[in-house]
Design a protein around this ligand. Structure first.
Ligand SMILES: [Zn+2]
Ligand SMILES: [Zn+2]
Length: 348
């Protein structure tokens, strides 16, 4: 018997355990844990995590709004790290290569959605930090086919928010269509601050809507290129061609529909949202379109990361050590951060 080809960097040889932040059950805080470093299976890489972004989806998992997490779970799906060990047959990346691990961690490749080229809608997906352990830990496993090389221009901290906020934000932005000049963005956090830069780069005018009275977020939006920023309860100063909603607040759908012109599009970019209040049909009439965006495809990732490197996108991040993951999550919940929260785990 020959053993499978393995690549292993020297530093890994003696390590057996890792620090992680673990979710035992919804509605509880993450707890620090010392866990065995996992072994990569066929086609997998073991990644030494440098940084991991914190996302609203992590809050939806903690709060039990996403109902099917693996438990106990290591959350985190915006992972920047270096390949430490390649599992059997994994040959795409050499040890030491810096890669990103996103939310879409795997698909079956055979369901009708996958065969249509819509792997983001796969019937049997594997989501990172939800159905498999994620990056709130010193090491994480990933299927190498779903990882991305990262542009060198981005530091480990700056790259983390690209992997969900950026990727899903990009898909949401693209779904608004081509004929968009006046773009509304509801909720100005991690995704919005990246999308605003894409939109400005492509010559669009961004109108940013924040929680009422959140003058810090409005100031931040103007810094990131918005031409106007105001409370989400206000009407836009001119009709919008499209609106993107990143805040998980269903009533914003009604506000956004009121703000878009005939034939305009409203795109919901989040995985979970509070209920949408009923509204008169007149708001949807005249070929206004209301749609959601789910997950990402690998093609989204390749397109977006190349574009982000070209612009280049500047991400604003607030760093927290791994052990303070709960604080990062609470800051995200309260909306007190500008930009993105990122855990700094094994910085080089
Ligand atoms: Zn599928
Ligand atoms: Zn996310």
């Amino acid at each position: 018997m020959t053993s499978p080809r393995r690549c292993r960097s020297r530093e890994e040889v003696d390590l057996k355990t890792m620090q992680a932040m673990l979710l035992d059950a919804p509605h509880t805080a993450l707890r620090p844990a010392e866990l065995p470093i996992p072994e990569p299976g066929p086609g997998q890489v073991l990644v030494r995590v440098r940084t991991c972004g914190v996302c609203h989806t992590d809050l939806h998992i903690l709060d039990g709004e996403l109902t099917e997490p693996k438990l106990p779970l290591i959350p985190g799906h915006q992972i920047v790290g270096t390949v430490a060990v390649c599992g059997p047959g994994a040959a795409r990346y050499r040890p030491g290569t810096r890669i990103g691990i996103p939310w879409l961690g795997g698909t079956d490749g055979t369901c009708p959605a996958c065969l249509r080229g819509q792997e983001n809608l796969c019937d049997h997906p594997t989501f990172t930090g939800y159905q498999v352990d994620g990056g709130f830990a010193e090491y994480a496993l990933a299927d190498e086919r779903f990882c991305f090389p990262l542009p060198e221009a981005f530091s480990d901290a700056a790259a983390a928010p690209l992997l969900c906020a950026g990727l899903i934000g990009y898909r949401t932005y693209r779904m608004a269509g081509e004929a968009v000049n006046r773009l509304g963005i509801y909720g100005f956090g991690a995704a919005a601050h990246i999308v605003a830069q894409l939109a400005r780069y492509e010559g669009k005018r961004v109108f940013a809507f924040t929680r009422p009275g959140d003058s810090a977020a409005q100031e931040f939006a103007l810094q990131k290129g918005a031409v106007w920023a105001g409370d989400s309860s206000l009407s836009p100063p001119e009709p919008l061609d499209a609106a993107l909603i990143f805040a998980p607040v269903g009533s914003l759908v009604v506000n956004a529909l009121q703000g878009v012109r005939k034939g305009g599009t409203v795109v919901c970019g989040g995985i979970h949202m509070s209920d949408i209040p009923s509204f008169p049909y007149a708001l949807l009439w005249e070929e206004r379109v209301l749609r959601s965006v789910a997950n990402l495809t690998r093609r989204d990732g390749e397109e977006f990361l190349a574009l982000a490197g070209r612009i280049p996108v500047h991400t604003d991040v607030t760093l927290f050590p791994l052990a303070r993951a709960n604080e990062a999550l609470e800051a995200l919940r309260r909306g007190t951060l500008t930009g993105a929260a990122v855990l700094s785990i094994s910085p080089d």
